[in-house]
Design a protein around this ligand. Structure first.
Ligand code: ARG
Length: 243
């Protein structure tokens, strides 16, 4: 075989390999848990909310088609690690622990953990949770904080809705949840209220596999453009009304 021919074959092989890698796929697969309004939730037959809208703009910018995979919250990081999904976008808080397993983009918004209780509850601050039965969504930062509360019993649910239902039924004393979803749940249940004092301030970002440096850079570049043009704020303000 002539040398020139070998070069051509090598170039073709490299092209085929790269075309198969997720980096150059024409799809951007987003792993989420669509039971977290206003960030992601099911409306009719569609998954909608702040995260799907931002992801759509990023996908458009990268020339990819957005595909959303709804799954258990505690399966999302593994889905990204295994390449089953390209990105984790689920109101996901950046934590040092999670950074051991995936990379995070620049943060796109701020969040907080809050406490939701019944209107007649005596719980008025995080300190009052001592010895109480607390509902959380499995694998969330709320779950992690609950573990630090003295003498507390933790009830872990696969969805926040289930924790909220248990609370209204009096099966548990409080739910630790992110602020905006907490507001939505309180708005839907007249006998629930939110404690003003926030537990922690957090940041949400997009998770990407450790070995997908290119996608991480592309996403950060897209996010910057969308932030600079005011598009991210526009989406967030559409779902979250300022008080
Ligand atoms: N921000 C919290 C965390 O990262 C909760 C996120 C829950 N998200 C969801 N889509 N259910 O742990």
């Amino acid at each position: 075989m002539k040398r020139s021919m070998i070069t051509v074959l090598a170039v073709c092989a490299a092209f085929v390999l790269s075309a198969c890698g997720s980096g150059s796929s024409n799809k951007l697969v987003m792993a989420t848990n669509a039971a977290f309004p206003p960030y992601e939730y099911v409306e009719g037959s569609e998954i909608t909310g702040i995260d799907p809208e931002i992801a759509k703009l990023i996908a458009d910018d990268l020339g990819k088609e957005l595909v959303i995979e709804d799954m258990a919250f505690d399966s999302i990081i593994a889905a990204v690690q295994s390449g089953k999904a390209d990105i984790a976008m689920a109101g996901m808080t950046v934590t040092e622990d999670r950074k051991q397993n995936i990379n995070f983009s620049d943060p796109y918004t701020e969040a907080a953990q809050v406490i939701v209780v019944k209107n007649d509850s005596t719980v008025a601050s995080p300190d009052d949770l001592k010895g109480k039965t607390i509902g959380v969504q499995i694998g969330t930062t709320g779950d992690i904080y609950a573990e630090d509360i003295e003498e507390a019993t933790i009830e872990r649910y696969s969805k926040y809705f289930e924790a909220i239902n248990a609370l209204t039924q009096g099966k548990i004393d409080a739910v630790i949840v992110d602020r905006e979803p907490g507001k939505v749940f309180v708005g839907e249940n007249a006998d629930l209220k939110m404690i003003d004092e926030e537990f922690t301030v957090e940041e949400y970002a997009i998770g990407v596999a450790k070995d997908n440096e290119q996608l991480l850079n592309d996403i950060n570049a897209s996010l910057k453009k969308l932030q600079d043009s005011g598009k991210i704020d526009e989406i967030i303000n559409k779902y979250i009304k300022a008080e």
